[in-house]
Design a protein around this ligand. Structure first.
Ligand SMILES: [Zn+2]
Length: 92
């Protein structure tokens, strides 16, 4: 019996992505970049990137890097869109 060690450098947002992918059809989109590029100087300035675009295919490290601004996906606003589904678990 072999034990397989899976090393994942992920933050909570990504982990819950996985659950969503497995358990339901929620679509997760990443909106504007919120990274503060002026943090060093005590100011606040974002790069103006409006939407996360993966710089490489899903499953590679580049998939977590924005092709437009180069920031990690976690800097982008996370938008969870409930996909239309037959079981409406969100509303009564
Ligand atoms: Zn950015």
């Amino acid at each position: 019996m072999k034990k397989r060690q899976v090393v994942m450098v992920r933050r909570d947002a990504s982990a819950s992505d996985n659950n969503n992918n497995n358990n339901n059809n929620n679509v997760v989109k990443y909106g504007e970049c919120l990274k503060n590029h002026a943090a060093n100087s005590g100011g606040y300035a974002v790069d103006g990137c409006r939407e996360f675009m993966a710089s490489a295919a899903e499953g590679t490290t580049g998939a977590l890097t924005c092709a437009a601004c180069g920031c990690h996906r976690n800097f982008h606003r996370r938008k969870e869109l409930a996909a239309p589904s037959r079981q409406n678990i969100w509303e009564t």
